[in-house]
Design a protein around this ligand. Structure first.
Ligand SMILES: [Cu+2]
Length: 131
């Protein structure tokens, strides 16, 4: 009995390392504040349904937009002319949270932005790696 404790601790440590390696997950949790996504670097597996938990912790409205592969926005995003570039979009009022599901079939790098005027220019963007 005296010797089982260190073994249990060792197993726990191995499990924790296994869980933290890779960071690719089908469950994403992202906080939105002025003016950033936290975290801003995301990684998910291709072809699997992703559950995204979004929380707007800011004082103003924000949205989480994934642009299609090959599409990008520099300082601003115009819904009128760039609507077709959107792969996924969820908009939340301040204090609101929500759970969303999406699947991305193709591996690659995707840009994440907040499309609300001024927010992208203020640095509200991120990167989604699909593996
Ligand atoms: Cu925003």
């Amino acid at each position: 009995m005296k010797h089982t404790y260190p073994v249990v601790l060792l197993l726990l440590a191995v499990l924790l390392v296994a869980c933290n390696s890779g960071q690719t997950s089908t469950n994403l949790k992202v906080d939105m504040v002025e003016f950033m996504f936290e975290p801003s670097d995301l990684s998910i597996p291709a072809g699997q349904e992703i559950t995204l938990e979004l929380v707007n912790k800011g004082a103003i409205e924000h949205d989480f937009v994934i642009l299609k592969k090959g599409s990008s926005a520099q300082d601003s995003f115009d819904h009128a002319t760039q609507q077709a570039d959107i792969l996924f979009e969820a908009r939340l009022a301040p204090g609101q949270s929500g759970s969303f599901k999406f699947t991305i079939a193709e591996a690659g790098e995707y840009q994440v932005i907040c499309s609300i005027p001024g927010h992208l220019a203020a640095g509200m963007k991120g990167k989604l790696i699909v593996k």
